[in-house]
Design a protein around this ligand. Sequence first.
Ligand SMILES: Cc1ncc(COP(=O)(O)O)c(C=O)c1O
Length: 377
Amino acid sequence: MNVPFLDLKAQYLLIKDEIQEALNAVLEATAFAGGPFVSQLEKEFAEFCQTEQCIGVGSGTDALWLALLALGVGPGDEVITVPDTFIATAEAISYCGATPVFVDVDEKTYNMDPNKLEEYIVTQNSKLKTQNRLKTIIPVHLFGQTADMDPILEIAKKHNLFVVEDACQAHGALYKGKPAGSMGDAGCFSFYPGKNLGAYGEAGAVITNNAELANKMRMIRDHGQEKKYYHGCIGWNARMDGIQGAILSVKLKYLPSWNDGRRKNAALYSSLLNGSDSIITPKEMDYAKHVYHIYAIRTKNRDELIAKLGEKGVNCGIHYPVPVHLQNAYASLGLKKGTFPVAEKVASEFVSLPMFAELTEEQIHYVADEVKTCLGK
Ligand SMILES: Cc1ncc(COP(=O)(O)O)c(C=O)c1O
């Protein structure tokens, strides 16, 4: 049996007619860059996330970068995030001229450990005293489960820091009933094709309840324009394509049922894999509704497992093999192996199994059986 890691074609075939209709509408309206289809998606996505504002942009990386710029993060500032994330979280900080700093993750959730966050801020504040370079915290909702937001928001409030949620993997996830991305000063989403809500190309969005912040981001994404050819600040071109807006509007309607499909598939995987000593399955926290963008198990024999599964037609991934502080791109930070022991340990054990809503029970049984066989039950 062949089990792909992701099957975008299976999803497309289910909504093909609606997508073609949406594409035709954009072509007929020639509304290609920004425009009414993007505005419509913004309205719908804001409603979905229960926020007042949504700004459609070119990618999740743009979303993070614009949110930080609009909050005034700049050269000399430090932004706290986690090492186990896609590198874009750190890149957005660097592209503001600021420095990414990291706190370790929690071993159960793989998300920011609030105790480590508090510890870090207290130590830094005592060192920096008057400089006060810490500006913002970026918790990442890794794999589709939100970080433990209440303590993070409380710490941020106490130390006067902004919170930008990296919700690029968490469309529709909940924390104590609240949508991912809606709790901080801003929440950032990627609509990269493989995401739970994916465009047919690059796209992203920022959500916020802060109208002033939203206006700044709208200006920055469009060359700092206040009105046509009147530029109030130096911005950039970070607009969303009309075609992506129209496609995302079609797909947003299906997101809750697709997320339910992922949750059902994850539950089946876990029921089949739990009990094996050599595997740790993902843990859904009491506060969370996990949307399983990634279903990552942990095992000590990762490379062997991936190779053997590949021979059996099961395609896996690793998200992500090298924590950001150990990437060559960030060698200048001088952070050595051992600095963030939990993040490093879990990154060396992660294996992402095939996960998408259209996976069949037969495929899941096959993958789970092969995993258990490869690891000797
Ligand atoms: C956690 C996280 N942050 C940021 C991004 C960047 O999003 P994009 O690829 O749309 O720029 C991604 C996308 O993979 C991501 O997973």
